[in-house]
Design a protein around this ligand. Sequence first.
Ligand SMILES: [Mn+2]
Length: 428
Amino acid sequence: MTAPLDRLPDAIAASNAALRDAHQYDLDALTTKLDRRGLDIDTLIDQIAAFTIAVPSWGTGTGGTRFARFPGPGEPADILDKLDDCAVIHRLGRASPRVSLHFPWDGDDPDALRQKGDALGLGFDAVNSNTFQDQPGQAHSYKHGSLSHVSAEVRDQAVAHNLRCIEIGRAIGADALTVWVGDGTNFPGQQDFTAQLDRYLEAAQAIYAGLPYDWRVFIEHKIYEPAFYSTVVQDWGSSFLIASALGDQAQCLVDLGHHAPTVNVEMIVARLAFAGKLGGFHFNDSKYGDDDLDSGAIDPYRLFLVMREVLSAERRGMTLAHMIDQSHNVTDPIESLIVSGAEARRCYAQALIVDEDRLVAAQADNDALTASETLKAAFRTDVEPLLAEARLRSSGAIDPVAAFRRSGYRAAVTALRPAASGAGGGIV
Ligand SMILES: [Mn+2]
């Protein structure tokens, strides 16, 4: 029997053969159009190929909500299965050569992780700690918080876990730690805001002190949930304050879904970049809150505007960690992660073709309409042929979802992997 991953090359070849002529026709048409603007197609394709985005190990299984989880067929049973799925995503989409791991969900065996990553040709992006959930056999509970807990024993336990994450991360070649805590309150008066932040900062300093010299720590904020009255690291202001207090190796991570619905997220990105404290992203999309929907599924224009700020920051020399953080409930997670990586690249490509000279001139003339139309002209451009060509040139699929379906990978792993339990809520 063909091993599931070995089904991909033939499927990619057959799928590409069927689509190649139409793709070339579309690419030629777009080349002609961009040529008129003086844009070099090969340069653009190289820039697009250089934009990569890490997939989250936890996103390869069906997420679920606090009501239920409805697992799909062939769900990964452990982190090694998850890494296989991540390899499928990258081999088809060519946008995600790295995986972001979450501990202790992903075990405690760096040698096994590294060997599997090497065998699959995958690297590792920022590692994530989890102090928002209790694990079997854990000495102290995080029910009432972790890094900001009133008890020093709980805080110490949370710090020790983060230090272990760094240790595992070093062993697998990662160079950053993302810290998100669920700490907060459900009732006014439940905790003192100031004392709580004091405790958080002291614990965060102990983690920071354990960072290797070439590592970064990303502070991730979130407006609410699981705490519904107040959250210790609730907004970019708190995140900036914390990252500033910790030092140069601490930066802010922007999860696109962690803000109030009307907040101007692209402006937050610009502000953090201005301050030199923008470290990375958790890409996803949302309609109401931390919905963790697929990137670009709800508001692709906002994703494009965020990507303009990303590109601007990178053009000024900043190194940003691009990661996906999504929960897939009604789709095949592999397909969602392929499409989400492509959507991020699409908006990045559209940002690359913005007529910046025209935009700057419009701004200088207070010509708001031309400024807006300049952005929309780039956003309206169908850059799919550029994305497909970037994939094709690196042995990926012109249409990665079509190639994935043709491969029969999901059916093949379903036959091999045990059926997943639907019990309990999903990830948060
Ligand atoms: Mn996140």
